[in-house]
Design a protein around this ligand. Sequence first.
Ligand code: OGA
Ligand code: MN
Length: 297
Amino acid sequence: MAIKLTPLHPTLGAELRGVDLTRPVAPDVFAEIEAAFNRYGILVFPGQPVSDEQQLTFSGLFGQLEVNPNYAGAKMRLRPDVADISNLDAEGRVLARDDTRNVFNLGNQLWHTDSSFKRVPAKCSLLSARELPSSGGETEFADLRAAWDALPELRKRDLDGLVVEHSIFRSRSQIGFADFNDEIYRQLPPVPQALVRHHPASGRTSLYLASHASHIVGWPVEKGRALIEELIAFATQPQFVYRHRWSVGDLVMWDNRCTMHRGRPYDDTQRRVLHRTTVSDHANTLEQEGLVATSFA
Ligand code: OGA
Ligand code: MN
């Protein structure tokens, strides 16, 4: 069956049909999927009722998979290489609104890109919708390539080469979450990332922003924070954003190197269950951009 691509937005995202992700994907078909991914930044695969194993197998074609630390400390519902994007406890019951895990997961409603707080961040994430609330709970995606392209040339010149400190503690402090265990502090120290990235496969330039972005290395903290907030506001204007309304069985993958995303609110007494697999990039962004993090050496 031939692959069929339908763009979803003027600059970002395409729906991809004509492939069965519950079965092994042939190399020539994978090459087409990868090319579409590099071009569109987001791929929506409707009607893919994958198991965790099948999702991991497909995700593994893109690179090495991330294994998640136990951020919130409670017993986990899923295996550590499948991120639990749900409002359920380990027994499959809906969590109380003020449960630590729910509060931690609220961080997903801030504009971010996955794992930018890790030295080597995520290349792409694949999210499979298993159960959905009756309304709300959409996911929005912002095109950081189109946002870069829209900046004035002088501004681009000033931004290129800046280094940003990212930390999970920065994003979670914005939603009032501080219940990390000591192990998480030890495992996830703040990391430097490039503010401007060059996407190897597409040749596109993009901003690299996230709620995890704290400040600009070498600048006063408040000045750097103001710049990051200004750029996030700029990059998430409606013309750069695609909103995905989920159906059960959708598998959506996004390029964390050149997009941001956020979950939208929903009635959290209803079940919302998505399973995410995450593929690591091959190197820290400073190495990729040829920048040296002197203050982190
Ligand atoms: C994620 C994420 C948002 C959502 O899975 O990485 O941020 O809508 N999800 O659940
Ligand atoms: Mn995310």
